[in-house]
Design a protein around this ligand. Structure first.
Ligand SMILES: *[C@@H]1O[C@H](CO)[C@@H](O)[C@H](O)[C@H]1NC(C)=O
Ligand SMILES: *[C@@H]1O[C@H](CO)[C@@H](O)[C@H](O)[C@H]1NC(C)=O
Ligand SMILES: *[C@@H]1O[C@H](CO)[C@@H](O)[C@H](O)[C@H]1NC(C)=O
Ligand SMILES: *[C@@H]1O[C@H](CO)[C@@H](O)[C@H](O)[C@H]1NC(C)=O
Ligand SMILES: *[C@@H]1O[C@H](CO)[C@@H](O)[C@H](O)[C@H]1NC(C)=O
Ligand SMILES: *[C@@H]1O[C@H](CO)[C@@H](O)[C@H](O)[C@H]1NC(C)=O
Length: 441
Protein backbone atom coordinates (compact mmCIF):
# COMPACT_ATOMS: atom_id res chain seq x y z
CA UNK A 1 0.00 0.00 0.00
CA UNK A 2 2.73 2.41 1.07
CA UNK A 3 4.89 1.41 -1.86
CA UNK A 4 2.04 1.98 -4.26
CA UNK A 5 1.55 5.43 -2.82
CA UNK A 6 5.21 6.23 -3.15
CA UNK A 7 5.30 5.01 -6.72
CA UNK A 8 2.23 6.90 -7.75
CA UNK A 9 3.56 10.04 -6.08
CA UNK A 10 6.81 9.56 -7.96
CA UNK A 11 4.95 8.93 -11.19
CA UNK A 12 2.95 12.11 -10.87
CA UNK A 13 6.09 14.04 -9.93
CA UNK A 14 7.84 12.85 -13.06
CA UNK A 15 4.75 13.65 -15.06
CA UNK A 16 4.57 17.15 -13.65
CA UNK A 17 8.27 17.70 -14.21
CA UNK A 18 7.95 16.89 -17.89
CA UNK A 19 4.61 18.09 -19.02
CA UNK A 20 2.83 20.24 -16.54
CA UNK A 21 2.63 23.96 -17.23
CA UNK A 22 2.00 26.66 -14.71
CA UNK A 23 0.55 29.96 -15.75
CA UNK A 24 0.73 32.76 -13.23
CA UNK A 25 -2.09 35.13 -13.89
CA UNK A 26 -0.63 38.60 -14.38
CA UNK A 27 -1.89 41.53 -12.38
CA UNK A 28 -1.74 45.28 -12.88
CA UNK A 29 -2.90 47.55 -10.08
CA UNK A 30 -6.07 49.40 -10.86
CA UNK A 31 -6.73 47.48 -14.05
CA UNK A 32 -9.01 44.65 -15.04
CA UNK A 33 -7.00 41.43 -14.92
CA UNK A 34 -9.46 39.41 -16.97
CA UNK A 35 -8.27 40.33 -20.52
CA UNK A 36 -4.67 39.22 -19.99
CA UNK A 37 -5.85 35.97 -18.49
CA UNK A 38 -8.33 35.40 -21.29
CA UNK A 39 -5.64 36.03 -23.91
CA UNK A 40 -3.36 33.40 -22.41
CA UNK A 41 -5.89 30.68 -21.67
CA UNK A 42 -5.72 29.08 -25.10
CA UNK A 43 -2.17 27.96 -24.29
CA UNK A 44 -3.18 26.33 -21.04
CA UNK A 45 -6.20 24.21 -21.83
CA UNK A 46 -4.45 20.96 -20.92
CA UNK A 47 -2.04 19.72 -18.26
CA UNK A 48 -1.78 23.10 -16.60
CA UNK A 49 -2.19 25.03 -13.43
CA UNK A 50 -3.63 28.49 -13.72
CA UNK A 51 -2.44 30.24 -10.63
CA UNK A 52 -3.79 33.32 -8.96
CA UNK A 53 -0.83 34.03 -6.72
CA UNK A 54 -0.93 34.53 -3.00
CA UNK A 55 -0.15 38.11 -2.05
CA UNK A 56 -2.04 39.60 -4.98
CA UNK A 57 -5.57 40.91 -5.11
CA UNK A 58 -6.76 40.36 -8.66
CA UNK A 59 -9.29 42.64 -10.27
CA UNK A 60 -11.89 40.50 -11.96
CA UNK A 61 -13.72 43.48 -13.35
CA UNK A 62 -15.22 41.53 -16.23
CA UNK A 63 -16.45 37.93 -16.30
CA UNK A 64 -14.13 35.03 -17.02
CA UNK A 65 -15.18 32.23 -19.32
CA UNK A 66 -12.75 29.37 -19.11
CA UNK A 67 -12.22 27.17 -22.16
CA UNK A 68 -12.82 23.42 -22.21
CA UNK A 69 -10.06 22.04 -20.01
CA UNK A 70 -8.36 18.67 -19.75
CA UNK A 71 -6.29 18.04 -16.62
CA UNK A 72 -6.30 21.62 -15.45
CA UNK A 73 -6.30 23.14 -12.01
CA UNK A 74 -7.40 26.69 -11.43
CA UNK A 75 -5.79 27.62 -8.18
CA UNK A 76 -6.88 30.68 -6.28
CA UNK A 77 -4.29 31.57 -3.68
CA UNK A 78 -4.64 35.31 -4.04
CA UNK A 79 -7.77 37.33 -3.47
CA UNK A 80 -10.17 38.03 -6.30
CA UNK A 81 -12.41 41.03 -6.34
CA UNK A 82 -15.47 41.86 -8.40
CA UNK A 83 -16.08 45.50 -9.29
CA UNK A 84 -17.31 47.33 -6.21
CA UNK A 85 -19.59 49.50 -8.22
CA UNK A 86 -23.09 48.06 -8.72
CA UNK A 87 -24.01 49.77 -12.04
CA UNK A 88 -20.81 48.46 -13.63
CA UNK A 89 -21.76 44.89 -12.78
CA UNK A 90 -25.37 45.43 -13.79
CA UNK A 91 -24.37 46.77 -17.18
CA UNK A 92 -22.32 43.65 -17.84
CA UNK A 93 -24.98 41.27 -16.59
CA UNK A 94 -27.58 43.06 -18.67
CA UNK A 95 -25.56 42.89 -21.86
CA UNK A 96 -26.37 40.24 -24.44
CA UNK A 97 -22.86 38.78 -24.34
CA UNK A 98 -23.02 37.87 -20.65
CA UNK A 99 -22.68 34.12 -20.18
CA UNK A 100 -24.80 34.04 -17.05
CA UNK A 101 -22.01 33.69 -14.50
CA UNK A 102 -19.10 35.82 -13.44
CA UNK A 103 -16.90 32.74 -13.61
CA UNK A 104 -17.86 29.96 -16.00
CA UNK A 105 -16.47 26.56 -16.65
CA UNK A 106 -18.36 24.57 -19.22
CA UNK A 107 -17.16 21.22 -20.44
CA UNK A 108 -13.89 19.45 -19.81
CA UNK A 109 -12.32 16.52 -18.02
CA UNK A 110 -10.29 16.44 -14.81
CA UNK A 111 -10.90 20.02 -13.84
CA UNK A 112 -10.10 21.30 -10.39
CA UNK A 113 -11.14 24.60 -8.93
CA UNK A 114 -9.11 25.07 -5.81
CA UNK A 115 -8.98 27.87 -3.29
CA UNK A 116 -6.67 28.32 -0.36
CA UNK A 117 -6.62 27.19 3.23
CA UNK A 118 -4.79 30.35 4.27
CA UNK A 119 -7.43 32.29 6.23
CA UNK A 120 -6.27 35.65 4.85
CA UNK A 121 -6.04 34.76 1.20
CA UNK A 122 -7.98 32.96 -1.47
CA UNK A 123 -11.20 34.88 -0.94
CA UNK A 124 -13.43 35.79 -3.82
CA UNK A 125 -15.13 38.99 -2.78
CA UNK A 126 -18.25 39.97 -4.73
CA UNK A 127 -19.04 42.93 -2.48
CA UNK A 128 -22.57 41.72 -2.00
CA UNK A 129 -23.09 43.95 1.01
CA UNK A 130 -23.70 47.03 -1.11
CA UNK A 131 -26.26 45.13 -3.19
CA UNK A 132 -28.00 43.87 -0.09
CA UNK A 133 -28.09 47.27 1.55
CA UNK A 134 -29.54 48.79 -1.61
CA UNK A 135 -31.97 45.83 -1.88
CA UNK A 136 -30.77 45.66 -5.44
CA UNK A 137 -32.06 42.58 -7.24
CA UNK A 138 -31.82 43.66 -10.86
CA UNK A 139 -29.16 42.12 -13.07
CA UNK A 140 -27.36 40.25 -10.35
CA UNK A 141 -24.63 37.93 -11.58
CA UNK A 142 -24.52 34.26 -10.70
CA UNK A 143 -21.19 33.29 -9.22
CA UNK A 144 -19.62 30.09 -10.49
CA UNK A 145 -20.81 27.73 -13.17
CA UNK A 146 -19.06 24.40 -13.10
CA UNK A 147 -21.06 22.73 -15.81
CA UNK A 148 -20.72 19.66 -17.99
CA UNK A 149 -17.42 18.72 -16.39
CA UNK A 150 -16.40 15.09 -16.12
CA UNK A 151 -14.26 14.45 -13.04
CA UNK A 152 -14.40 17.80 -11.33
CA UNK A 153 -13.17 19.00 -7.98
CA UNK A 154 -14.20 22.16 -6.16
CA UNK A 155 -12.18 22.48 -2.98
CA UNK A 156 -11.12 25.07 -0.43
CA UNK A 157 -13.03 27.77 -2.26
CA UNK A 158 -14.10 30.74 -0.18
CA UNK A 159 -16.77 33.13 -1.32
CA UNK A 160 -17.10 36.37 0.59
CA UNK A 161 -20.46 38.10 0.29
CA UNK A 162 -21.54 36.64 -3.03
CA UNK A 163 -24.17 38.85 -4.60
CA UNK A 164 -26.51 35.96 -5.30
CA UNK A 165 -26.23 32.35 -6.41
CA UNK A 166 -22.90 30.69 -5.64
CA UNK A 167 -22.10 27.41 -7.40
CA UNK A 168 -24.02 25.56 -10.06
CA UNK A 169 -22.86 22.14 -11.17
CA UNK A 170 -25.49 21.18 -13.70
CA UNK A 171 -24.61 18.53 -16.22
CA UNK A 172 -21.39 17.55 -14.49
CA UNK A 173 -20.50 14.04 -13.54
CA UNK A 174 -18.10 12.71 -10.89
CA UNK A 175 -17.78 15.84 -8.84
CA UNK A 176 -16.19 16.18 -5.44
CA UNK A 177 -16.90 19.49 -3.72
CA UNK A 178 -15.36 19.83 -0.31
CA UNK A 179 -14.00 22.25 2.29
CA UNK A 180 -15.71 25.18 0.65
CA UNK A 181 -16.98 28.18 2.50
CA UNK A 182 -19.72 30.52 1.43
CA UNK A 183 -20.13 33.50 3.70
CA UNK A 184 -23.17 35.54 2.73
CA UNK A 185 -23.77 37.25 6.03
CA UNK A 186 -24.89 40.84 6.20
CA UNK A 187 -23.12 43.08 8.68
CA UNK A 188 -25.65 45.88 8.51
CA UNK A 189 -28.93 46.25 10.40
CA UNK A 190 -27.72 43.80 12.97
CA UNK A 191 -26.97 40.21 12.39
CA UNK A 192 -30.13 38.75 10.93
CA UNK A 193 -29.80 35.17 12.05
CA UNK A 194 -31.00 33.54 15.15
CA UNK A 195 -33.12 36.52 16.06
CA UNK A 196 -36.84 36.34 16.57
CA UNK A 197 -37.56 39.20 14.26
CA UNK A 198 -34.78 39.31 11.78
CA UNK A 199 -34.35 42.67 10.26
CA UNK A 200 -36.11 42.47 6.96
CA UNK A 201 -33.67 44.73 5.17
CA UNK A 202 -30.65 42.85 6.28
CA UNK A 203 -32.12 39.49 5.55
CA UNK A 204 -34.01 39.95 2.34
CA UNK A 205 -30.87 40.75 0.57
CA UNK A 206 -29.66 37.30 1.29
CA UNK A 207 -32.47 35.75 -0.67
CA UNK A 208 -31.08 33.77 -3.53
CA UNK A 209 -27.59 33.54 -2.19
CA UNK A 210 -27.92 29.93 -3.11
CA UNK A 211 -25.20 27.62 -1.88
CA UNK A 212 -24.82 24.63 -4.16
CA UNK A 213 -27.13 23.90 -7.00
CA UNK A 214 -26.58 20.27 -7.83
CA UNK A 215 -27.79 18.88 -11.09
CA UNK A 216 -25.76 16.09 -12.61
CA UNK A 217 -24.59 12.69 -11.55
CA UNK A 218 -22.21 11.12 -9.04
CA UNK A 219 -21.52 14.07 -6.83
CA UNK A 220 -20.10 14.18 -3.36
CA UNK A 221 -20.37 17.38 -1.37
CA UNK A 222 -18.72 17.32 2.01
CA UNK A 223 -17.34 19.51 4.76
CA UNK A 224 -18.84 22.66 3.33
CA UNK A 225 -19.79 25.68 5.42
CA UNK A 226 -22.66 27.69 4.04
CA UNK A 227 -24.22 30.78 5.56
CA UNK A 228 -26.69 32.15 3.10
CA UNK A 229 -30.21 33.22 2.28
CA UNK A 230 -31.53 30.52 -0.01
CA UNK A 231 -31.30 26.76 -0.24
CA UNK A 232 -28.13 25.37 1.29
CA UNK A 233 -28.18 22.81 -1.44
CA UNK A 234 -30.79 22.31 -4.08
CA UNK A 235 -30.89 19.10 -6.02
CA UNK A 236 -32.38 19.75 -9.42
CA UNK A 237 -33.95 17.74 -12.17
CA UNK A 238 -31.76 15.07 -13.73
CA UNK A 239 -29.70 14.64 -10.59
CA UNK A 240 -28.61 11.11 -9.78
CA UNK A 241 -26.35 9.72 -7.08
CA UNK A 242 -25.92 12.88 -5.07
CA UNK A 243 -24.33 12.64 -1.65
CA UNK A 244 -24.20 15.73 0.54
CA UNK A 245 -22.72 15.26 3.99
CA UNK A 246 -20.95 16.81 6.95
CA UNK A 247 -22.10 20.36 6.40
CA UNK A 248 -23.04 23.40 8.43
CA UNK A 249 -25.87 25.46 7.01
CA UNK A 250 -27.01 28.67 8.62
CA UNK A 251 -29.79 31.00 7.55
CA UNK A 252 -31.18 30.05 4.22
CA UNK A 253 -33.95 27.80 3.08
CA UNK A 254 -32.92 24.27 3.68
CA UNK A 255 -31.66 21.07 2.17
CA UNK A 256 -33.86 20.99 -0.85
CA UNK A 257 -34.90 18.74 -3.65
CA UNK A 258 -36.55 20.70 -6.42
CA UNK A 259 -38.48 22.45 -7.29
CA UNK A 260 -39.40 19.76 -9.78
CA UNK A 261 -42.04 19.59 -12.45
CA UNK A 262 -42.58 23.26 -13.08
CA UNK A 263 -44.67 23.92 -16.18
CA UNK A 264 -45.35 20.21 -16.67
CA UNK A 265 -41.67 19.26 -16.76
CA UNK A 266 -40.89 15.53 -16.47
CA UNK A 267 -38.75 15.11 -13.38
CA UNK A 268 -36.12 12.45 -12.91
CA UNK A 269 -34.21 12.48 -9.63
CA UNK A 270 -32.75 9.37 -8.05
CA UNK A 271 -30.51 8.24 -5.21
CA UNK A 272 -29.92 11.28 -3.07
CA UNK A 273 -28.43 11.01 0.39
CA UNK A 274 -28.11 14.08 2.58
CA UNK A 275 -26.59 13.31 5.94
CA UNK A 276 -24.89 14.68 8.98
CA UNK A 277 -25.85 18.30 8.63
CA UNK A 278 -26.45 21.01 11.19
CA UNK A 279 -29.24 23.35 10.17
CA UNK A 280 -29.12 26.55 12.17
CA UNK A 281 -31.85 29.19 11.95
CA UNK A 282 -32.86 28.23 8.48
CA UNK A 283 -36.46 28.35 7.32
CA UNK A 284 -36.62 24.66 6.43
CA UNK A 285 -34.55 21.65 7.37
CA UNK A 286 -35.25 18.90 4.85
CA UNK A 287 -37.42 20.08 2.04
CA UNK A 288 -38.95 18.59 -1.08
CA UNK A 289 -40.98 20.60 -3.53
CA UNK A 290 -42.67 19.66 -6.77
CA UNK A 291 -45.19 21.63 -8.78
CA UNK A 292 -48.74 20.63 -9.40
CA UNK A 293 -49.00 19.56 -13.03
CA UNK A 294 -45.46 18.19 -13.21
CA UNK A 295 -44.64 14.70 -14.30
CA UNK A 296 -41.99 12.08 -13.71
CA UNK A 297 -40.55 10.52 -10.59
CA UNK A 298 -38.25 11.39 -7.71
CA UNK A 299 -37.15 8.30 -5.85
CA UNK A 300 -34.78 7.01 -3.20
CA UNK A 301 -34.12 10.23 -1.35
CA UNK A 302 -32.89 10.19 2.23
CA UNK A 303 -32.14 12.89 4.76
CA UNK A 304 -30.38 11.39 7.72
CA UNK A 305 -28.71 12.55 10.94
CA UNK A 306 -29.92 16.12 10.80
CA UNK A 307 -29.65 18.46 13.77
CA UNK A 308 -31.90 21.49 13.56
CA UNK A 309 -31.70 24.53 15.76
CA UNK A 310 -34.30 27.29 15.60
CA UNK A 311 -35.92 25.96 12.43
CA UNK A 312 -39.63 26.62 11.70
CA UNK A 313 -40.12 23.70 9.28
CA UNK A 314 -37.71 20.85 10.08
CA UNK A 315 -39.34 18.41 7.65
CA UNK A 316 -41.41 19.70 4.82
CA UNK A 317 -42.55 17.99 1.71
CA UNK A 318 -44.97 19.29 -0.84
CA UNK A 319 -46.14 17.88 -4.14
CA UNK A 320 -48.23 20.94 -4.41
CA UNK A 321 -45.80 23.80 -4.81
CA UNK A 322 -47.33 26.67 -6.63
CA UNK A 323 -46.78 30.32 -7.27
CA UNK A 324 -48.79 32.45 -4.90
CA UNK A 325 -48.42 35.37 -7.22
CA UNK A 326 -50.33 33.56 -9.95
CA UNK A 327 -53.45 32.43 -8.16
CA UNK A 328 -54.89 30.21 -5.47
CA UNK A 329 -53.42 26.87 -4.58
CA UNK A 330 -54.78 24.20 -6.95
CA UNK A 331 -57.27 21.88 -5.28
CA UNK A 332 -56.02 18.59 -6.60
CA UNK A 333 -54.44 16.96 -9.56
CA UNK A 334 -57.70 16.43 -11.41
CA UNK A 335 -56.70 15.89 -15.00
CA UNK A 336 -53.24 17.24 -14.33
CA UNK A 337 -50.29 14.95 -13.87
CA UNK A 338 -48.12 15.12 -10.85
CA UNK A 339 -44.52 14.38 -9.98
CA UNK A 340 -44.55 11.00 -8.27
CA UNK A 341 -42.35 10.35 -5.27
CA UNK A 342 -41.17 7.08 -3.88
CA UNK A 343 -38.93 5.86 -1.05
CA UNK A 344 -38.48 9.17 0.70
CA UNK A 345 -36.91 8.85 4.14
CA UNK A 346 -36.27 11.31 6.97
CA UNK A 347 -34.21 9.56 9.58
CA UNK A 348 -32.66 10.62 12.88
CA UNK A 349 -33.70 14.23 13.20
CA UNK A 350 -33.25 16.07 16.47
CA UNK A 351 -33.65 19.67 17.46
CA UNK A 352 -35.79 22.66 18.24
CA UNK A 353 -38.64 24.06 16.22
CA UNK A 354 -38.83 27.81 15.96
CA UNK A 355 -42.42 28.41 17.04
CA UNK A 356 -41.89 31.86 18.46
CA UNK A 357 -43.06 34.64 16.13
CA UNK A 358 -40.72 35.54 13.32
CA UNK A 359 -40.72 37.01 9.87
CA UNK A 360 -38.18 35.43 7.60
CA UNK A 361 -36.27 38.00 5.62
CA UNK A 362 -37.45 36.81 2.24
CA UNK A 363 -41.07 37.44 3.18
CA UNK A 364 -42.47 40.35 1.20
CA UNK A 365 -46.14 39.36 1.06
CA UNK A 366 -48.90 38.80 3.57
CA UNK A 367 -49.24 35.93 4.11
CA UNK A 368 -45.62 35.04 3.46
CA UNK A 369 -44.76 32.71 0.62
CA UNK A 370 -43.92 30.00 3.14
CA UNK A 371 -47.20 30.30 5.03
CA UNK A 372 -49.01 26.98 5.43
CA UNK A 373 -52.73 27.50 5.95
CA UNK A 374 -53.92 25.71 9.05
CA UNK A 375 -50.45 25.12 10.47
CA UNK A 376 -49.83 25.84 14.15
CA UNK A 377 -46.16 26.65 13.65
CA UNK A 378 -45.20 23.70 15.83
CA UNK A 379 -45.10 21.05 13.11
CA UNK A 380 -41.99 18.94 13.04
CA UNK A 381 -43.21 17.44 9.78
CA UNK A 382 -45.57 18.66 7.10
CA UNK A 383 -46.51 16.15 4.41
CA UNK A 384 -48.47 17.94 1.74
CA UNK A 385 -49.05 15.09 -0.69
CA UNK A 386 -51.44 14.12 -3.45
CA UNK A 387 -53.26 10.79 -3.26
CA UNK A 388 -51.86 7.86 -5.21
CA UNK A 389 -48.61 9.57 -6.14
CA UNK A 390 -46.56 9.24 -2.95
CA UNK A 391 -45.18 5.81 -2.12
CA UNK A 392 -43.26 4.92 1.01
CA UNK A 393 -42.64 8.29 2.61
CA UNK A 394 -41.34 7.69 6.15
CA UNK A 395 -40.02 9.72 9.07
CA UNK A 396 -38.04 7.70 11.60
CA UNK A 397 -36.45 8.59 14.91
CA UNK A 398 -37.64 12.15 15.03
CA UNK A 399 -36.99 13.99 18.28
CA UNK A 400 -38.18 17.57 18.51
CA UNK A 401 -39.24 20.19 20.94
CA UNK A 402 -40.66 23.64 20.42
CA UNK A 403 -39.09 26.84 21.70
CA UNK A 404 -42.25 27.67 23.61
CA UNK A 405 -42.49 24.21 25.13
CA UNK A 406 -45.88 23.60 23.54
CA UNK A 407 -46.53 20.14 22.10
CA UNK A 408 -45.03 19.26 18.77
CA UNK A 409 -47.47 18.58 15.97
CA UNK A 410 -47.60 17.38 12.37
CA UNK A 411 -49.69 17.93 9.25
CA UNK A 412 -50.60 14.97 7.12
CA UNK A 413 -53.73 13.91 5.24
CA UNK A 414 -54.38 10.16 5.68
CA UNK A 415 -56.11 10.06 2.29
CA UNK A 416 -52.76 10.76 0.64
CA UNK A 417 -50.65 8.00 2.18
CA UNK A 418 -50.85 4.24 2.12
CA UNK A 419 -47.95 3.28 4.36
CA UNK A 420 -47.21 4.01 8.00
CA UNK A 421 -45.34 7.29 7.67
CA UNK A 422 -43.72 6.98 11.08
CA UNK A 423 -46.26 9.06 12.96
CA UNK A 424 -50.01 9.23 13.14
CA UNK A 425 -50.95 10.89 9.86
CA UNK A 426 -53.21 13.72 11.00
CA UNK A 427 -53.30 17.43 11.47
CA UNK A 428 -52.52 17.38 15.14
CA UNK A 429 -50.16 16.02 17.75
CA UNK A 430 -46.95 14.34 16.74
CA UNK A 431 -47.42 10.72 17.79
CA UNK A 432 -44.73 8.33 16.57
CA UNK A 433 -45.91 4.97 15.24
CA UNK A 434 -44.24 1.63 14.74
CA UNK A 435 -42.44 2.67 11.57
CA UNK A 436 -41.25 5.83 13.25
CA UNK A 437 -39.69 4.00 16.14
CA UNK A 438 -38.62 0.85 14.37
CA UNK A 439 -35.06 1.56 13.49
CA UNK A 440 -32.21 1.88 15.92
CA UNK A 441 -30.01 4.95 15.61
C1 LIG B 1 1.00 30.63 -26.75
O1 LIG B 1 1.96 29.69 -27.18
C2 LIG B 1 2.56 30.08 -28.42
C3 LIG B 1 3.45 28.94 -28.90
O2 LIG B 1 4.27 28.49 -27.86
C4 LIG B 1 3.33 31.37 -28.24
O3 LIG B 1 3.88 31.79 -29.46
C5 LIG B 1 2.36 32.43 -27.72
O4 LIG B 1 3.07 33.60 -27.44
C6 LIG B 1 1.65 31.96 -26.49
N1 LIG B 1 0.68 32.92 -26.11
C7 LIG B 1 0.55 33.33 -24.85
C8 LIG B 1 -0.50 34.37 -24.61
O5 LIG B 1 1.22 32.90 -23.94
C1 LIG C 1 -8.25 12.17 -15.98
O1 LIG C 1 -7.56 11.73 -14.85
C2 LIG C 1 -7.50 10.30 -14.75
C3 LIG C 1 -6.91 9.97 -13.37
O2 LIG C 1 -5.75 10.68 -13.17
C4 LIG C 1 -6.71 9.76 -15.90
O3 LIG C 1 -6.66 8.36 -15.83
C5 LIG C 1 -7.38 10.16 -17.20
O4 LIG C 1 -6.61 9.78 -18.28
C6 LIG C 1 -7.57 11.68 -17.24
N1 LIG C 1 -8.40 12.01 -18.40
C7 LIG C 1 -7.92 12.69 -19.44
C8 LIG C 1 -8.91 13.00 -20.53
O5 LIG C 1 -6.78 13.10 -19.49
C1 LIG D 1 -8.80 38.88 1.12
O1 LIG D 1 -10.19 39.13 0.99
C2 LIG D 1 -10.93 38.96 2.17
C3 LIG D 1 -12.38 39.17 1.82
O2 LIG D 1 -12.56 40.41 1.22
C4 LIG D 1 -10.45 39.93 3.23
O3 LIG D 1 -11.15 39.71 4.44
C5 LIG D 1 -8.97 39.71 3.44
O4 LIG D 1 -8.49 40.66 4.35
C6 LIG D 1 -8.23 39.83 2.14
N1 LIG D 1 -6.85 39.49 2.38
C7 LIG D 1 -5.88 40.38 2.30
C8 LIG D 1 -4.54 39.87 2.66
O5 LIG D 1 -6.09 41.53 1.95
C1 LIG E 1 -30.56 4.49 -3.05
O1 LIG E 1 -29.59 5.51 -2.97
C2 LIG E 1 -28.43 5.12 -2.28
C3 LIG E 1 -27.54 6.33 -2.20
O2 LIG E 1 -28.13 7.27 -1.41
C4 LIG E 1 -27.74 3.99 -3.00
O3 LIG E 1 -26.63 3.57 -2.26
C5 LIG E 1 -28.72 2.84 -3.16
O4 LIG E 1 -28.12 1.84 -3.96
C6 LIG E 1 -29.98 3.32 -3.83
N1 LIG E 1 -30.95 2.23 -3.86
C7 LIG E 1 -31.62 1.91 -4.96
C8 LIG E 1 -32.58 0.79 -4.81
O5 LIG E 1 -31.46 2.48 -6.02
C1 LIG F 1 -60.95 24.76 -4.87
O1 LIG F 1 -62.16 24.29 -4.33
C2 LIG F 1 -62.91 25.28 -3.67
C3 LIG F 1 -64.13 24.63 -3.03
O2 LIG F 1 -64.66 23.64 -3.89
C4 LIG F 1 -63.29 26.37 -4.69
O3 LIG F 1 -64.01 27.40 -4.04
C5 LIG F 1 -62.01 26.95 -5.28
O4 LIG F 1 -62.32 27.86 -6.29
C6 LIG F 1 -61.16 25.83 -5.89
N1 LIG F 1 -59.89 26.40 -6.28
C7 LIG F 1 -59.36 26.17 -7.47
C8 LIG F 1 -58.02 26.82 -7.73
O5 LIG F 1 -59.88 25.49 -8.32
C1 LIG G 1 -49.76 13.40 -18.41
O1 LIG G 1 -48.68 12.56 -18.75
C2 LIG G 1 -48.91 11.79 -19.91
C3 LIG G 1 -47.77 10.81 -20.05
O2 LIG G 1 -46.56 11.36 -19.66
C4 LIG G 1 -49.05 12.73 -21.09
O3 LIG G 1 -49.30 12.00 -22.27
C5 LIG G 1 -50.21 13.70 -20.83
O4 LIG G 1 -50.26 14.66 -21.87
C6 LIG G 1 -50.01 14.43 -19.51
N1 LIG G 1 -51.21 15.21 -19.21
C7 LIG G 1 -51.13 16.50 -18.94
C8 LIG G 1 -52.44 17.15 -18.62
O5 LIG G 1 -50.08 17.14 -18.92
Amino acid sequence: MLLTTVFSALASYVYIAHAWKVFEVPHVDGQDDTPALAAALANFTADSTILFKKGVTYNIFTPITFPVFTNVEVRIEGNLTYPEDIPTVQAIVGSSSFSGQWFSFSGGTNVTLRGSTDPHWGWVDAHGQAWWDAMEQTNRPHGWAFKKITNGVIRDMKLWKPIAWSFSTSGSTNLHAFNNKIVAVSNSQGFPFNTLFPSRDADIVLILCLGFSAGGTNMLFENNWIQNGDDCITVGNGAKNIHFRNAYCEGGHGLSIGSLGKGGQVADVQNVLIENVVMKSSLYGARFKSWTGGQGLARNITWKDIAFIDVPFPIYITQNYWDQGVGPKPNGTGTLNNTHIQDITFKNFAGTIRDKPYVEGSCVTDPCWYDVPGATGREVAIFDLYPDTAVNVVAQNIVAKTQTGKPVSVMCDPATVENDVGFVCQNGRFVPTTAGLALPF
